[in-house]
Design a protein around this ligand. Structure first.
Ligand code: FES
Length: 103
């Protein structure tokens, strides 16, 4: 199910925002003009990734510094205390950001 979650201008390059889709808390991150979506709640202990730091395509959790790729949701080998985050396909339709989520 594809859902419009934001406008492209809401997620400038190098920035992250939090959106809600069907009860899921999702992180949108813009890496060099491409917007990606992964689960926003950290798999370790529930930190909100949108409150962390984005460095290139890596987001660092604000609570215990687990690092994830925002392009794939994969956890870094350097921070094995967390698990991979689900990632969601993103499409841009006009100036809308659409995310595909399961129900
Ligand atoms: S809650 Fe994210 S690293 Fe612990």
């Amino acid at each position: 199910m594809k859902v419009t979650v934001a406008k492209v201008k809401d997620v400038p390059k190098g920035k992250m925002i939090q959106v809600q889709v069907n009860g899921k808390d999702i992180l949108l991150a813009n890496v060099d003009g491409t917007i990606y979506a992964i689960e926003n709640i950290c798999s370790h202990a529930g930190g909100f990734l949108h409150e962390g730091c984005l460095d290139g395509s890596t987001v660092e959790c604000p609570l215990h510094a687990a690092q994830f790729s925002v392009t794939t949701g994969k956890v870094s080998d350097d921070t094995p205390w967390a698990h991979d985050q689900p990632s969601y396909p993103v499409t841009i339709v006009g100036d809308d950001v659409c995310v595909e989520v399961s129900r």
